[in-house]
Design a binder for this molecule. Structure first.
Ligand SMILES: Nc1ncnc2c1ncn2[C@@H]1O[C@H](COP(=O)(O)OP(=O)(O)OP(=O)(O)O)[C@@H](O)[C@H]1O
Length: 689
């Protein structure tokens, strides 16, 4: 279904339109001048490093000013009694430095998003603009002073929501709604968890929050950085353009697998094993395995310092080791904790400094360099290697999973014997490199690496589809958070991993922010009401207690249930019809059926390709494995045999809920078998009753 961008009742001769077009031309010209000025700045700094930094800063600035002719410099305007502002994606100034457009993130722009007739926030009028291909084609006024507001029912908002989808996700900066804006503009110090039904704009809100925080706390976050964590490469590819379009190019985007890629993953675990490896008790097992490798000194050590030898007794050595081990294992504050590798270095230094004190007591005065040399001496190194051995993270996990006795020592009282047996590799690998690591193992290795050395942390982390993270994955994300704050986005009804919890507390605890407030979003922007009502029938079983989303619009005819005798013919026919329309089509089926569905559609002469997790670009008609569709959306969705999607995995009904909520315009459900009971049409007698 295609609709032109809204052009409310305005004509070319409308003086308002004429004046606004002139302002648009002015803004475009000023932006051009700003770009020229940024391009003219020379990169010559005092030295090569400074020149490079200047060059990088200039490239960033140019990227931020990049002008896409399809993206107009402003999209709205606020009129107060004394002044009016045009609101756009970034500040635009004229040659005199006066504002031509103000950035949507500036405090002055807030009333554009928040003002209502009941609370005009100083505005007399709000104006929204409609564009087609960069041309200003119309506008919509709400005279707040006269009690008018669109209450989320603006024609321009509707046009934006219904526009055909093609290519990657776009920003929603022109139409952010008040409840979304509250989350976007929450302070940097506040961690937030958004529990939002499908299509309520969680991903959009999280990305706009990142852009808002980078604007508002640029200097602080430029140092510490912002990270966006998404579920898979296909999803990251889908969202990767949103932040650059908002002028933010310096945000890292990664999956948990990317963050924990310290070993090469070559295998998958059975669900029961994956659940256990994701259990927070594994952190305790690993902690014991690592710190339990430190042994008690039995002999004294001779330390050579500035030509003399000093003997340190086993009792004193034991005290050094105990004190350092305590600093590594009993600190409540993660920021203060002593990491294992640093502990090893400190132990060596403790010995050298003790020798120095002995020398000083005898009247000597060794230099720092001599003390450091003593810490690096062969005797001290040999002592540390024996008592506080160097550890390789992958080696430790490999040893633990290969050696039943070692595992039992670390897991005693934490895991049952049956659980230990589940973890043990039946055939230990010949070497650490040869191990058939799974994604859950990679997270364990990362946990150990995080105990060995402090992981660099970001100032803010946005975690999307967070309902699917295991507690151990949450810890991996938390390690990247340092002292910063979090935006956690997710939907418990879309929780498809075998370890998914029924409430947010486990996830938020794992992420290290148990006190985070959970805020709901319930207005669905993506899916038409008819389709959403259908999918919501699954809610009582998959997420009892969660409020159902309400759709912002209804589209009669958007849902078609088609029972068929054989799938092949009707599938090719339906997809053929949709392929001829504007926008994207996703044909979603159980993963195991993807190859057959692709073959069948190609045999029918249709140009389709399977969506894969390598981040490659989706085609206009994609065959999508059900496990890869999370977070994505298509104009038209064809679901092939829902019962097979449900049967494919333990949380298959949750998966089906995800699949049924991806359509912007239409959903066709093709089924040769029965529909899952909750989705079956009421029997005729019930229907009449
Ligand atoms: N205020 C808005 N104005 C216009 N479009 C919006 C708005 N909010 C959300 N949308 C659109 O609705 C769609 C769904 O948004 P998004 O993907 O962020 O939702 P979500 O809650 O993350 O969904 P899901 O959980 O189903 O993946 C997107 O196309 C987004 O652009």
């Amino acid at each position: 279904m295609s609709r032109p961008p809204a052009a409310p009742e305005t004509t070319a001769a409308d003086p308002v339109l004429t004046a606004e077009r002139a302002h648009l031309a002015l803004a475009a010209a000023c932006l051009g001048q700003m770009r020229t000025a940024a391009g003219a700045v020379t990169d010559a700094g005092v030295d090569a490093w400074a020149s490079e930094r200047l060059g990088a800063a200039r490239a960033e600035r140019l990227a931020a000013l990049a002008h896409d002719p399809g993206v107009p410099p402003f999209f709205g305007r606020t009129d107060a009694e004394a002044e009016s502002f045009h609101v756009g994606r970034r500040h635009v100034r004229d040659a005199a430095g006066d504002a031509v457009v103000i950035d949507w993130r500036a405090p002055m722009s807030r009333p554009f998003y928040q003002a209502s007739a009941a609370d005009p926030q100083g505005l007399v009028r709000r104006r929204r603009f409609g564009f087609a291909g960069g041309e200003l084609t119309g506008y919509e006024d709400e005279v707040l002073a006269a009690g008018e507001d669109s209450l989320g029912d603006s024609a321009l908002l509707r046009a934006e929501i219904e526009r055909p989808r093609s290519g990657p996700m776009r920003d929603i900066v022109a139409t952010i709604q008040p409840d979304q804006d509250d989350i976007v503009r929450a302070p940097l110090t506040e961690s937030i968890c958004v529990q939002g039904a499908p299509g309520t704009g969680k991903t959009a809100v999280g990305l706009h929050r990142a852009a808002y925080l980078l604007y508002t706390h640029g200097e602080q976050l430029a140092r510490t950085g912002v990270l966006v964590v998404g579920p898979n490469r296909a999803f990251l590819r889908y969202i990767e353009q949103v932040l650059p379009a908002l002028g933010e190019v310096e945000v890292d985007q990664a999956t948990v697998a990317d963050l924990t890629a310290r070993v090469t993953v070559r295998a998958d675990d059975d669900p029961a094993v994956a659940v256990l490896k994701g259990d927070p008790r594994m952190a305790e097992v690993l902690r014991r395995a690592l710190w339990g490798g430190i042994s008690k000194p039995v002999d004294g050590v001779q330390v050579t310092l500035a030509g003399r030898r000093y003997r340190i007794s086993p009792e004193r050595l034991k005290r050094f080791v105990d004190d350092l081990r305590r600093a590594g294992t009993s600190s409540v504050d993660d920021q203060q904790v002593l990491h294992y590798a640093a502990g090893r270095e400190r132990l060596a230094m403790s010995l050298a400094e003790y020798a120095r004190r002995l020398k000083e007591a005898g009247g000597g005065s060794p230099s720092d360099a001599e003390t450091r040399r003593a810490a690096r001496s062969a005797e001290v190194r040999a002592f540390c290697d024996a008592v506080w051995p160097a550890v390789d993270a992958a080696g430790l996990v490999c040893g633990l999973l290969s050696d039943g006795e070692r595992l039992a020592r670390a897991a005693r009282g934490v895991l049952t014997e049956e659980e230990q047996a589940l973890l043990r590799w039946s055939a230990p690998p010949r070497s650490v490199r040869a191990a058939r690591w799974t994604p859950a193992d990679a997270v364990l290795v990362d946990e150990v690496a995080g105990m060995l050395e402090r992981t660099a942390g970001y100032g803010h982390v946005v975690v999307d589809e967070a309902q699917d993270l295991s507690p151990m994955q949450c810890r991996a994300v938390a390690r990247r958070l340092a002292a910063g704050s979090l935006t956690v986005l997710g939907d418990l009804a879309q929780a498809t991993s075998p370890w998914s919890a029924a409430d947010w507390s486990q996830t938020l605890t794992g992420l290290g922010r148990p006190d985070t407030t959970v805020r709901p979003l319930t207005r669905g922007y993506r899916v038409p009401g008819e389709v959403l009502d259908f999918a919501n029938r699954l809610l009582p079983r998959i997420a009892p207690g969660l409020p159902a989303a309400t759709a912002v619009r209804r589209e009669p005819g958007s849902l078609q249930l088609r029972p068929v005798a054989l799938l092949a013919g009707p599938l090719a026919e339906v997809v053929g019809e949709l392929a001829a329309t504007e926008g994207s089509t996703g044909v979603v089926c159980a993963d195991a059926a993807v190859a057959d569905v692709v073959g069948l559609l190609r045999t029918a002469g249709l140009d389709v390709a399977a969506l894969s997790d390598d981040g490659s670009e989706p085609t206009r008609v994609s065959v999508v494995p059900a496990t890869l569709v999370k977070g994505l959306e298509f104009d038209h969705v064809v679901v092939v045999e829902p019962a097979a999607i449900v049967a494919a995995e333990p949380r298959g009904l949750h998966r089906l809920y995800v699949v049924l909520t991806r359509a912007v315009s239409s959903l066709v459900v093709l089924h040769a078998g029965d529909l899952p009971d909750l989705l079956q049409p009421p029997a005729p007698s019930q229907a009449q009753a």
